[in-house]
Ligand binder design. Structure first.
Ligand code: T4K
Length: 389
């Protein structure tokens, strides 16, 4: 059934956090209160590390207070320096972490379908000072991990995955965190699994985990030994407790979002100029984002027009990730930031639009959102077409 465009009575945001039932939060907090242990690696923290290690199918996992600090710790632990090759099509945190470690981010172009680092473009960016590659599994679409690893092996480079979007993703039954030297997950409130703020580093061996654990606790080994200049990257007990509760509700939220994604795909089918995210048969998705591409010429109006017009219907989409990180004033002067070096990323950033996706939406809501989108087709030169909605 097709709907006409109608305005939502309440704002529909791009996402809403999964909130555990308040009674269960109170019970859990009572447990924490009784223990009188509220941070510095308590019981909730230990339990969450154990459960996430299993859930993510990884060897070792260290919790952090957020994904950005976790990524900083990974760069420190691996001793990265000089230049690190990364994608411009990511959240600001990715290049900022490199900058904070006095590393120069070198931007490499992306693949037009996956929107991830294009492994075939990597080699031309390597210089004698390159120490690592930092790819991002953008919107949970896995990078071409085999091709990236092959380049890294040929040149003796480390691979640090920014897997902020990829919690719960599996490739051929393997946890996405098993690839590369280390992966960082973000558990921010806007992620499907979250701890309000939080993150983790995952790796294969216990030696690396020991290093990550030291760095996140000021480098303190024991009361009398400080082994390195670490940082405060600790996740507290309240965050960990929320994480345990969110984990209990995750399967249900995942299924709800799966149904919404199916509804989006069905409703969007056949709209000229609209492309849905790729379907990857060997990948278990986490249903965290639903990002379409809008080809302005074929659809008849630009992504920016759509994003603005949606607001008149109380629908608040997001342009993740526009502008490209390479366009930020702090990076724009880097040689790798030039548009000629990044033609695909430049185009993709003009086309992407993240549509609302969270369990509180209904299939009917999704159909209404798509009906609104359909009504914009070809309206570029008719600015009054949606007036009075
Ligand atoms: N690497 C990548 C590739 C990343 O995407 C991120 C974070 C990181 C690294 C760093 O990880 P963390 O250090 O954050 O763990 C949001 C998140 O804050 C950020 O974590 C995330 N990426 C990024 C993609 O999205 P904003 O600035 O877009 O968030 P904001 O406040 O505009 O919220 C987005 C939507 O969610 C809004 O429509 C409102 C809704 N919302 C948000 C919050 C916080 C709620 O309904 N409730 C809430 O509590 O960055």
């Amino acid at each position: 059934m097709r709907f006409g465009p109608t305005k939502f009575p309440e704002p529909v945001l791009v996402t809403r956090p999964l909130l555990p039932n308040l009674d269960s939060v109170q019970r859990k907090l009572a447990e924490v209160w009784d223990s009188r242990w509220i941070t510095n690696h308590g019981r909730q923290h230990t339990l969450l590390e154990e459960r996430l290690t299993q859930f993510l199918k990884v060897g070792q996992l260290s919790l952090f207070n957020n994904g950005t600090v976790a990524l900083l710790a990974a760069c420190k632990a691996l001793g990265l320096s000089g230049e690190v090759i990364t994608t411009p099509f990511t959240f600001a945190a990715t290049p900022h972490v490199l900058n904070w470690c006095r590393i120069t981010p070198v931007f490499c172009d992306i693949d037009p379908i996956s929107m991830n680092l294009n492994p075939h473009k990597l080699e031309s960016q390597i210089t004698p000072t390159t120490t690592a590659i930092m790819p991002v599994h953008v919107f949970g679409v896995p990078c071409d991990v085999a091709a990236i690893q092959a380049v890294a092996d040929r040149h003796g480079l480390k691979v640090v995955y920014d897997a902020a979007h990829a919690c719960g993703i599996e490739v051929n039954g393997e946890g996405i965190g098993t690839f590369g030297d280390v992966s960082m997950f973000s558990f921010h409130a806007t992620k499907l699994f979250h701890t309000v703020e939080g993150g983790a580093l995952v790796c294969k061996d216990a030696i690396s985990k020991t290093e990550f654990d030291l760095i996140r606790n000021f480098g303190i080994k024991n009361e009398e030994e400080v082994l390195m200049p670490g940082i405060n990257g600790k996740m507290n007990e309240i965050q960990a407790a929320i994480g345990l509760l969110v984990l209990d509700d995750l399967a249900e939220e995942h299924a709800k979002r799966g149904a919404l994604i199916a509804a989006y795909r069905e409703a969007l089918e056949g709209i000229p100029g609209i492309t849905c995210p790729p379907v990857l048969p060997n990948v278990k998705s986490n249903n965290q984002y639903f990002v379409i591409r809008i080809d302005a010429e074929r659809f008849g109006c630009s992504r920016d027009y759509v994003c603005e017009e949606f607001k008149k219907y109380n629908v608040f989409t997001r342009k993740y990730f526009y502008p490209l990180c390479s366009q930020f004033s702090c990076y724009a002067d880097l040689p790798s930031a030039s548009q000629e070096n990044l033609p695909v990323a430049t185009r993709v950033a003009e086309e992407v639009l993240s549509l609302p996706l969270y369990g509180g939406l209904s299939v009917n809501d999704v159909q209404k959102i798509v009906a609104i989108l359909r009504s914009f087709a070809g309206q570029k030169n008719l600015p009054n077409a949606v007036a009075g909605c």
